[in-house]
Ligand binder design. Structure first.
Ligand SMILES: Cc1cc2nc3c(=O)[nH]c(=O)nc-3n(C[C@H](O)[C@H](O)[C@H](O)COP(=O)(O)OP(=O)(O)OC[C@H]3O[C@@H](n4cnc5c(N)ncnc54)[C@H](O)[C@@H]3O)c2cc1C
Length: 370
């Protein structure tokens, strides 16, 4: 049953006008009124509906974190820094073509390709970098198209608009690869199915990416254009601390930009996000601090565990134990993000009982604010 919620008017006044929009695209593309355009959500006309899925699925409208956790894991929200975890390991692809194009170990691309080969999914909503280096969400239908998405574009991209625009009768078994706010929106959709979808529960696999923040696409793209020869750019990277740089690999060598300069273009909403590791995904993937070419992998659900096990058995993924020091750093970074962001939220509202969008238990609020 779909809960009665507020609509487009409130989405604009409570989220978009307050700079809380994370450009996940969950509100766009399923009605005639909201679309994404040049890095923002634009309202084309007034919508008079008093309740709307645009408001309901937004990751910056009320999130009952325990209810979301119950839906995904069958248990209340975990107090662990990394959320609900079955296993943490490190992994990298065994496929040379994937490793060549991937951001780090190519674990994401490898898992998606395997899921497709095995018929666990038919297609996947992914993000690729266009010729002018902007991010673009698309539906990948085969492993060649999955490979097009390898590599990270650090600008926010409205991937869920692509989901919303799938034909109503699309019954593909889908995967999505998403940063934490997008994972939250997708989880809200999975919990209360969109009305316009004939097939329910078609998102079969959610691979979440670690994310400290994402960049505002329009202004950051302009900055890149002013500072670089964009056609020669091959890859972007943010090496782990203490590097403090944003690396751009080009056909004529590497250009490093100071991270402070790049941080100016962070989406304002990222300051209010507590989730660094995509806590509600089946599998979450990030870098391994200090070990190049490998990914940290957090397995969270049975579904995720089966896929990783299959990838190991078939020799698609090489796995290893994540060094204790790397795990400790990851936990520290994830906890710091929770503390920092909750502090920002309370600073904004001036009241620890008003957490903007977040429904978190008072005990956890006190823990993160201590
Ligand atoms: C905005 C952003 C911030 C990140 N911050 C961190 C961080 O702080 N720490 C960390 O360890 N890792 C971070 N990552 C994740 C990291 O960059 C890699 O994506 C991850 O380690 C997987 O590596 P891989 O080699 O398996 O990826 P690949 O196999 O190369 O696959 C990359 C996947 O990323 C997806 N993707 C690319 N750009 C975007 C985008 N803009 N939005 C959504 N999906 C996208 C593609 O669809 C593709 O499936 C971030 C990623 C993004 C997009």
């Amino acid at each position: 049953m779909v809960t009665k919620v507020k609509g487009c008017k409130e989405l604009v006044s409570e989220v978009i006008d307050k700079d809380l929009c994370c450009l996940c695209g969950a509100c766009a593309g399923s009605c005639p009124y909201l679309v994404s355009y040049r890095g923002r959500i634009v309202q084309l006309d007034n919508c008079t509906l008093s309740d709307g899925q645009c408001y309901q699925y937004c990751p910056r409208t009320f999130v009952d974190i325990d209810a979301i956790s119950q839906h995904v894991f069958g248990e209340p929200y975990s107090e662990d820094e990394l959320g609900t975890v079955k296993e943490v390991l490190m992994a990298r692809s065994m496929d040379a073509a994937i490793k060549e194009k991937a951001q780090y170990g190519g674990t994401v691309t490898t898992l998606l390709s395997l899921a497709m080969e095995e018929g666990l999914i038919d297609s996947a909503i992914l993000t690729r970098t266009t010729a002018d280096k902007t991010p673009e969400a698309f539906l990948a239908r085969n492993t060649q198209e999955v490979l097009q998405s390898a590599g990270s574009n650090y600008m926010a991209c409205p991937i869920l608009e692509t989901y919303n625009r799938l034909p109503e009768d699309n019954s593909d078994k889908l995967a999505i690869v998403a940063v934490p706010c997008q994972v939250m929106a997708a989880t809200k959709m999975k919990r209360e199915q969109p009305q316009h979808r004939s097939s329910t529960d078609n998102i079969k696999l959610v691979i979440g990416l670690f994310c400290t923040w994402a960049l505002a696409p329009d202004s950051f793209h302009r900055f890149l254009k002013d500072n670089l020869n964009l056609p020669s750019v091959i890859k972007f990277d943010i090496p782990p601390p203490p590097a403090n740089r944003f690396d751009v690999y080009t056909h004529s060598g590497k250009v490093s930009l100071p991270l402070e300069e790049v941080r100016e273009f962070t989406m304002p909403t990222c300051a209010y996000c507590l989730d660094m590791t995509s806590e509600f995904a089946d599998i979450s993937v990030g870098s391994v601090e200090g070990i190049e070419g490998w990914n940290t992998v957090i397995i969270r659900t049975d579904n995720g565990a089966k896929l990783v096990e299959m990838a190991e058995k078939q020799g698609k993924l090489e796995t290893g134990t994540l060094p204790a020091e790397s795990l400790a750093h990851l936990k520290e970074a994830a906890l710091n993000k929770k503390k920092r962001s909750l502090g920002e939220i309370v600073n904004k509202t001036g009241n620890k009982k008003d957490l903007l969008y977040l429904g978190l238990s008072p005990a956890l609020v006190d823990r993160f604010l201590s």
